[in-house]
Write a protein that binds this ligand. Structure first.
Ligand SMILES: [Zn+2]
Length: 233
């Protein structure tokens, strides 16, 4: 095989390695990324906090109702006990009880509101809990898949590296150096095929003499336009 042919084969391995390294980077990033789970946990914690606050508001409101009822009962007992004989005092007590009971009704309505809020908060917390559980289950599976993909990529890269290593034997040191330099400068593509007299690296038509020289395989010929090593298969 000509040197350009050998370099082209090496480049195919290098591009295959590049693609796997890039994918591996993404696989590792996804393996490490727990941000979606963290977000779901945060949202659940927030919902649980809101539920606790709503439950406290309900207890407070119920406490106020109980306190007020405890305040009304003895007044009513006294009113109906027959011990108060002054009509003026009785009327005052009645008015007092009426106003206390009006306040009680408002407080009882307030308790109903807090109960509805607790119910809504409980529903939200329960939804977020099951959402988090779904995500956790999904994440376990995802990590398993990603780990498997990582193992596959690792072993493929070992095989390609070995293949590449055996391809480099017999390639002149100078040619490998030029290849390495061009690979860095040309986004990984140091060798370009010539098809229809055209460099496939930059799509420029080459002088006939130039690509015929490349085809002859005597020494490396570079594209006059993009400098890539020309390979005529
Ligand atoms: Zn070119």
């Amino acid at each position: 095989m000509s040197t350009s042919g050998q370099l082209y084969s090496i480049q195919e391995r290098d591009l295959a390695l590049d693609a796997r390294r890039e994918e591996l980077k993404q696989v590792l990033a996804r393996l490490a990324d727990e941000s979606a789970l963290a977000r779901a946990r945060e949202q659940l914690a927030q919902a649980q906090q809101e539920l606790a606050q709503a439950e406290k508001a309900q207890r407070d409101a119920e406490g106020e109702v109980e306190d007020l009822r405890a305040k009304i009962a003895p007044v009513e007992d006294k009113m109906y006990s027959g011990t108060v004989t002054s009509p003026k005092e009785l009327v005052a007590m009645q008015e007092d009880v009426q106003s206390l009971k009006a306040r009680l009704r408002k407080l009882e309505d307030g308790v109903l509101d807090t109960m509805l809020q607790v119910e809504a908060a409980r529903e939200t917390a329960s939804q977020r809990q099951s959402h988090l559980q779904d995500m956790e289950t999904h994440r376990v599976q995802e990590k398993e898949d990603l780990s498997q993909r990582k193992a596959t990529l690792d072993s493929e890269m070992v095989a390609i590296e070995a293949d590449r290593h055996s391809l480099t034997s017999g390639v002149p040191e100078q040619a490998l150096e030029l290849y390495g330099r061009l690979r860095l400068a040309k986004q990984g593509r140091a060798v370009a095929k010539v098809e229809g007299g055209m460099c496939q690296g930059c799509r420029i038509s080459l002088p006939t003499q130039h690509w015929q020289q490349a085809r002859a395989g005597a020494g490396l010929v570079q594209c006059t336009s993009c400098s890539r090593i020309l390979h005529v298969s």
